[in-house]
Design a protein around this ligand. Structure first.
Ligand code: UDP
Ligand code: MG
Length: 315
């Protein structure tokens, strides 16, 4: 019998965790396969770990890994992929925004059709603040244009994958992780299912606008070198402009002499060029920071407690 491992990252989710457990267990029990619920406690400060331990004590399908502090959802997913032993693996949010009821259909598709994974995307963003939706759409448009990561607008991290795909993800051991890009980059045949957006069942979102913005920048910088090219192009463009300006100034000098004028325009030009230079330096600096973090080879996560034997505790 095939086995599914559901990876569930949890950060301060005491309110919704029991609801998630009940609903997903009900769905999984009705499926013709074995399963494990692999919860990753991402350094929660509430009773999440306590609840996980209670669930694990009464249900052998429940496994948990508990981080020593909050490492972020990306690290939690990576810990899940590294420790998942199912034939099929899925990542799922604990807030029930990824409906467990889709699992039987996803499982059936993988069993009967020629796909390596079944991914989900939201058809709309109902219930989300409009400004957030606006920036999200711009982000997907931009990253698809400037990188070779092929990302569907509205794609969720919720997807059921075959073993071969999971192994490929684990092999991508980069420190600055952007899973939506990684899923697209590794390839494989993916079928997309669309569903109506569901709002969080309880608790509140762990992503502030600022955190999302930084995450979007990581996505762009880890999958595209275009921002670096901006520096070169700006340099070439400005050199061209200054060449034309030199010719203009020489002609004006020869034709009309050299009255001292133009202090204001000079200051504008100096500050403009100074600004461009700092911008380009900043872009280069961002990439160097990424290289610096990668080169330190720090672990993606540190596990302080778990009920899995033989884990990769540090990775
Ligand atoms: N999450 C996590 N670590 C974090 C932030 C979030 O493990 O630092 C988990 C969270 O518990 C949830 C999932 O990631 O299961 C998605 O988070 P959330 O629902 O807050 O994000 P949103 O749906 O608002 O994008
Ligand atoms: Mg959510």
């Amino acid at each position: 019998m095939k086995k599914i491992t559901l990876i569930v990252p949890c950060y301060n989710e005491e309110e919704v965790l029991p609801v998630f457990y009940d609903r997903s267990t009900e769905v999984l029990k009705g499926m013709p396969c074995d399963y494990t619920l692999l919860f990753i406690n991402d350094g929660s400060k509430d009773r999440t770990l306590e609840i996980l331990k209670t669930l694990a004590a009464s249900d052998e399908h429940v496994k948990y890994l508990s981080f020593s502090r909050n490492f972020g959802k990306e690290s939690a997913m990576y810990a899940g992929f590294t420790n998942a032993d199912g034939d099929y693996v899925a990542v799922m949010d604990v807030d029930l925004q990824d409906p467990p009821e889709l699992l039987p259909e996803m499982f059936k598709i993988l069993e009967t059709e020629e796909y390596d994974s079944v991914a989900t995307r939201r058809e709309n963003r109902a219930g989300e603040p409009p400004i957030r939706s606006f920036f999200a759409h711009r982000f997907y448009h931009l990253i698809n244009r400037i990188s070779d990561a092929d990302i569907m607008d509205g794609a969720r991290d919720f997807r059921l994958m075959k073993r071969s795909m999971v192994d490929a993800i684990v092999a991508m051991s980069e420190y600055n992780r952007f899973s939506k890009g990684i899923f697209g980059w590794i390839g494989f045949k993916t079928k997309w299912l669309a569903y109506e957006n569901v709002e969080r069942a309880a608790g509140e979102t762990k992503w502030s606008f600022w955190k999302l913005f930084k995450y979007a920048l990581t996505g762009i910088m880890t999958f595209s070198q275009i921002p670096l090219n901006i520096a070169s192009w700006a340099g070439i463009g400005l050199s061209g402009v200054s060449f034309l300006a030199i010719i203009f100034i020489i002609i004006r000098r020869l034709a009309w002499g050299d009255p001292v004028q133009g202090w204001a325009s000079l200051v504008c030009i100096i500050t403009f060029i100074g600004g461009i230079q700092l911008l380009c330096l900043g872009i280069i600096g961002q990439y160097i920071a990424l290289i610096y973090l990668e080169s330190k080879k720090r672990p993606h996560y540190i596990i302080s407690e778990t009920n899995i034997e033989d884990t990769r505790r540090i990775r």
